[in-house]
Design a protein. Structure first.
Length: 378
């Protein structure tokens, strides 16, 4: 049985006819840039995530950069973010000439640790960026208080959390702005690169829209130095179709995560993820922790199971950020987790038979030490 990490073909089969009809409309009307499909999707995504404004952009990295710039981050300013995130979070900061200030995470959820954020705040801090990793929602209440006390904005990295909630509110609706990615493998994925900024602030939304269109609200009237980062109309057609199914697909992910939890309950040597109190996670990734991870990963792959690692190297240990001067030992929780984390297949159309096969192979190859102590230590 071959089991992919993500099955996009099953999603595409559900939306194929609807997408083809939408593309026919786009090509018939030659509405390739900023067509009606873009406006429809932005409105629909705003309604689906309970925010006032959505601005579609070219990709998730641009979304974060534009959001940070729109809330006032400038060259030389500091932006606090977790060490264990995809490098795009840090890139968005660096592309502004600002300084990414990395902090450690909690050992169970691997989400940014509020006390670490508190310790990293300085007079140069211009923003705090929690990452809603793996489809979870970071502890935003504590972070919002820290941001308010410091007089800086909270900008969410919601690239992995479309549809996730914390205490009844959607990811992407807590901060002054949020950037999300619609990379194909996301819970809400396009057929290529795409992203969006969400915000409840009309001024932030306008600034993002102007910046993303060469600094222009009206053709040839350039009020800011901007960039070219627009949501492609073809991608909007795909996203509009998938958005109608997102809630149902997320429910399937939750059911799959619950079944993994049942199958892994009591299995020595596997630390299964748990939702934080108040969270309704959407399980973009189902990440367990095991010892001798690389050997276990190879065994799964050899058995035809598409497991992976998200992410093998914390930001501070990449070559791109060696200049920060933060070596091994700077963030012990993130570093330890990077050697143990293992992403199991997770997608809405995952079957129980497939999950049982994944766990069968996993349990046959894991080392046997009890990892329960990892829940309370680094």
């Amino acid at each position: 049985m071959s089991i992919p990490l993500v099955d996009l073909k099953a999603q595409q089969a559900e939306i194929d006819l609807e997408v083809r009809a939408g593309l026919d409309e786009v090509f018939a009307n030659t509405a390739f840039i900023g067509g009606p499909a873009v406006a429809r999707f932005e409105a629909a995504y705003a309604a689906a995530t309970d925010v006032a404004h959505v601005v579609g952009v070219a990709n998730g990295t641009d979304a974060l950069e534009l959001a940070l710039r729109a809330v006032g981050v400038t060259a030389g300013g500091e932006v606090i973010l977790p060490a264990n995130t995809f490098i795009a979070t840090a890139e968005a900061v660096s592309r502004l000439g600002a300084v990414p200030v990395l902090v450690d995470v909690d050992p169970l959820h691997l989400l940014v640790e509020p006390e670490a954020v508190r310790a990293a705040l300085t007079p140069r801090t211009q923003a705090i960026v929690p990452v809603h990793l793996f489809g979870q929602v970071a502890p935003v209440e504590a972070l919002l208080k820290l941001a308010a006390d410091a007089g800086v904005p909270l900008v969410e990295d919601a690239a992995q959390s479309q549809g996730a909630k914390r205490n009844g509110r959607f990811a992407g609706s807590f901060g002054l702005a949020s950037g999300t990615s619609f990379y194909p493998g996301k819970n809400l994925g396009a057929a290529g690169d795409a992203g969006a900024v969400t915000t409840n602030d009309a001024d932030v939304a306008r600034t993002v829209r102007v910046l993303a269109a060469h600094g222009s609200a009206h053709k040839y009237d350039h009020e800011l130095i901007g960039m070219n980062s627009r949501l492609d109309t073809v991608q909007a057609v795909v996203l509009e179709a998938k958005l109608k199914r997102l809630a149902g697909w997320n429910d399937r992910r939750r059911a799959a995560a619950a079944y993994y939890g049942e199958l892994l309950d009591g299995v020595d040597g596997v630390l299964a993820p748990e939702s934080d109190e108040g969270n309704e996670d959407v399980w973009h990734l189902y990440v367990v922790q095991v010892e001798d991870r690389d050997r276990v990963l190879q065994a799964l792959n050899d058995a035809g199971i598409g497991a992976g690692i998200h992410y093998p190297t914390p930001v501070h240990l990449t070559g791109a950020y060696a200049h920060l001067g933060l070596g091994v030992g700077a963030f012990p929780v993130a570093e330890a987790a990077a050697g143990r984390i293992l992403s199991l297949p997770m997608f809405p159309h995952l079957t129980r038979d497939q999950q049982e096969r994944v766990v069968e192979v996993l349990t046959a190859h894991v080392a046997r030490p009890d990892l329960s102590e990892s829940r309370g230590s680094s």
